[in-house]
Design a protein around this ligand. Sequence first.
Ligand code: TXA
Ligand code: MG
Length: 358
Amino acid sequence: MHTAIIPIDPLHPDLEIIERAAALLRDGALVAFPTETVYGLGANALDDQAVASIYATKGRPSTNPLIAHISHLAMLRPLTGCDLADLPNAVQQLVRAYWPGPLTLVLPRAGNVPDILTAGAPTIAVRFPRHPIAQALIAALGSPVAAPSANRSGHVSPTTARHVWDDLEGRIPLILDGGACVVGIESTILDMTVDPPRLLRPGGLPVEQIEHVLGMPIAVRERHAMPATQAAPAPGMSITHYAPRVPLLVFEGHDMAQVGRRVIAEIRERSEAGQRVGALITRDLLAEATAAGAVATVDLGASADLEAAARHLFAGLRQLEDQEVDAIVTGSFVGAGLALALRDRLWRAAGGAITTLD
Ligand code: TXA
Ligand code: MG
């Protein structure tokens, strides 16, 4: 299959291009498109054949349900059987505060939703993306769009059209190229079908902002604090998710200076042993990483700028694997806010193997 990449203005998308993409979705085909978090691989959520081809195209296990994306609150009805006003207060509060945005809510599902969309679950994950291209595409279809991240299953999530091309070229007819995603990591997923609501995946919306609106604490159970045998909180949240093709070494600890020294020492040792080492590193350590022998570096931004780190994390992992390094070395993030999601993604990209220095 020929894959077209069409550039499209991210703020004022050309409606002729959007219509062409929506026509493909109407025909049961797949279209990759940008959202504010990562690129999605879209299909008409209510067409079970089209949804089935998402799983086949990504190589995704059919036990891992998809998120349905909406562009209008009226689209809650075909998915949940309810209008917003019929849903619990907590859902209404979060929707008013953070939709559109990087927050996915797991809600009870309507009976007519294809089983394959939710992998048979009695719940459905719903997200209202903020990106104008995503909104325009869903609105043009006039119906919810199922979209996982547009990567081959298990690989790093895509934050540019080029990343999608690298994973899916020849497998889908169209990639809408709206430039780099501004958030850079996937949405936060919150299960609203249990009381209290349960965090299934930390993501682009910090959990503190959810707590602020709900006026209650949300339990955060960091994965590396759990026994390895414990079931994943969301289906498909397996440890090997997001993995780059080369080994990733992650160091973490509460003393950032100590973590930095350990990262630089690791780069030096491996380089001296003849390895080609890539460094995924904050700006303050960039020059030291090069001096220690790193053959390739990715600047994650100023060390306190977690938004910049989120924006550059996945792109950095892909850039370093493309440079065919033998290993990628990085330091993890401490504290709250987006650091929670960054730690989660690094932990999984490293296959659960993080060295803790505390
Ligand atoms: O930011 C995002 O959420 C991106 C963009 C494209 O919107 N999408 C995304 O989709 O990350 P995906 O398929 O890569 O991750 C969706 C996650 C999976 O871990 C899946 O198991 C979980 O959502 N999920 C979907 N439906 C669920 C449900 N009914 N209950 C619990 N978890 C669910
Ligand atoms: Mg994904």
